[in-house]
Design a protein around this ligand. Structure first.
Ligand SMILES: *Cc1c(COP(=O)(O)O)cnc(C)c1O
Length: 378
């Protein structure tokens, strides 16, 4: 069954007693036991809650996973995954990583003896060259942020299998609708569900999917032990969002493709990063492996003063962090999302003072282009 169809089905068969079409919000901390040593399957909402479980089962199905897990944020999900490692372990990670993930790795988990090598994971030779005796995992963003490099997951997976490494894929930008990392050899996929999955800029959430049931058991142990679980209201909102994933993604991508072309032809725009453009270095690979190019665009303007002008003058497109929702958002990575990346890495990557990042929403594309035009030229 197509992912778009499966997405609509989430929670549909949950309430067999009333036949409710959407999963009810089980706003309860605890559950009565039918008898001594007996359980309904639910005991306490940190350990399991039916609304959260509908989401967890649904996302597991979308990704072809043994199990899914929902957390209070994408960062909580990633932090929980790092508990699979112990002091002395080394991870190879994507260099143009989401700033918050970089901060979590470098400022927090290094204190517990983990170490990280930052490499261009769209370059398999750079990945293999970073291998150390203590390497235990590769953590990649399938499509990177903000420069939109695409990783060859199959090649990285072959390297991981040969060296007994876990492969963890942050698939936030693509979602199962465009790419299923577990099908391509990843052991674990992680998402900031705040973005495309929930899709309405109305909730913060994280989800994880795990291919192997034994590994999933460990992840569950950590989820329950740490307790950064998603509450029932937010689990419901996330499920509700996922139901329209297919139509939102289709529209957002179509808009993004048109906007990328318009930007590329504009005299004040010196560079456009969008993998759907034939000139993008990963265009062919992404065409082969993914169901689309996503709806994130990064672009450079020809002078720094234009950055502030665009951020202040766009009216439809909001100047705000985050991405993936129905509303288009624009942000300035150097001082916002990527401020926690060390300056020398930022400079090497091309995250500079003329780079803007656009998350394209579902508005009418002509209105979005007109908004950009008046902001750029006004
Ligand atoms: C936003 C984001 C995160 C963090 O998720 P939160 O829900 O904000 O905690 C992690 N990875 C990527 C790629 C993101 O865009």
């Amino acid at each position: 069954m197509n992912i778009a169809t499966q997405a609509v089905q989430i929670g549909l068969e949950w309430d067999t007693r009333t036949g409710a079409v959407t999963v009810p919000i089980y706003q309860t901390a605890t559950f009565r036991h039918p008898g001594l040593g007996q359980s309904t399957g639910y005991d306490y909402s940190r350990s399991g809650n039916p609304t959260r479980q509908a989401l967890e089962d649904g996302i597991a199905r979308l990704d072809g996973a043994a199990r899914g897990f929902a957390y209070s944020s994408g960062m909580a999900a990633i932090a929980n995954l790092l508990l699979l490692f112990k002091s002395g372990d080394h991870l190879i990670v994507t260099e143009d990583l989401y700033g918050g993930t970089c901060r979590l790795f470098d400022k927090i988990f290094t204190q517990y003896g983990l170490s990280f090598s930052y490499v261009d994971t769209s370059d398999i030779t750079a990945v293999t060259a970073a291998l150390q005796p203590s390497t235990r995992a590769v953590f990649v963003e399938t499509l990177t942020n903000p420069l939109l490099k695409f990783a060859d997951l199959r090649a990285i997976s072959a390297f991981c299998t040969g060296n007994d490494l876990l492969l963890i894929a942050d698939n936030t930008f693509l979602t199962p609708y465009l790419l299923r990392p577990l099908d391509m050899g990843a052991d674990i996929a992680v998402y900031s569900a705040t973005k495309y999955l929930a899709g309405h800029n109305d909730t913060v959430a994280g989800v994880v999917t795990v291919k192997d049931p034994l590994l999933a058991e460990k992840v569950y142990f950590h989820q329950n032990s740490v307790g950064a679980v998603l509450g029932p209201q937010d689990a419901w909102l996330t499920t509700r969002g996922i139901k329209t994933l297919g139509v939102r993604m289709d529209r957002q991508q179509e808009n993004a493709g048109q906007i990328a072309e318009w930007l590329a032809a504009h005299p004040r725009i010196t560079r456009v990063y969008y993998p759907g453009l034939p000139g993008h270095p990963d265009h062919a690979l992404m065409k082969r492996d993914a169901g689309g190019f996503g709806a994130m665009i990064a672009f450079e303007v020809d002078r720094h003063e234009l950055v502030e002008q665009i951020l202040l003058k766009t009216r439809l497109i909001s100047f705000a962090e985050s991405l993936g929702g129905v509303e288009s958002l624009i942000t300035f990575p150097e001082v916002q999302t990527h401020a926690d990346i060390p300056p020398e890495i930022r400079a090497r990557l091309g995250i500079n003072n003329v780079l803007l990042r656009l998350s394209v929403g579902i508005e009418d594309c002509r209105d979005l282009i007109e908004d950009l035009r008046q902001a750029l030229e006004g």
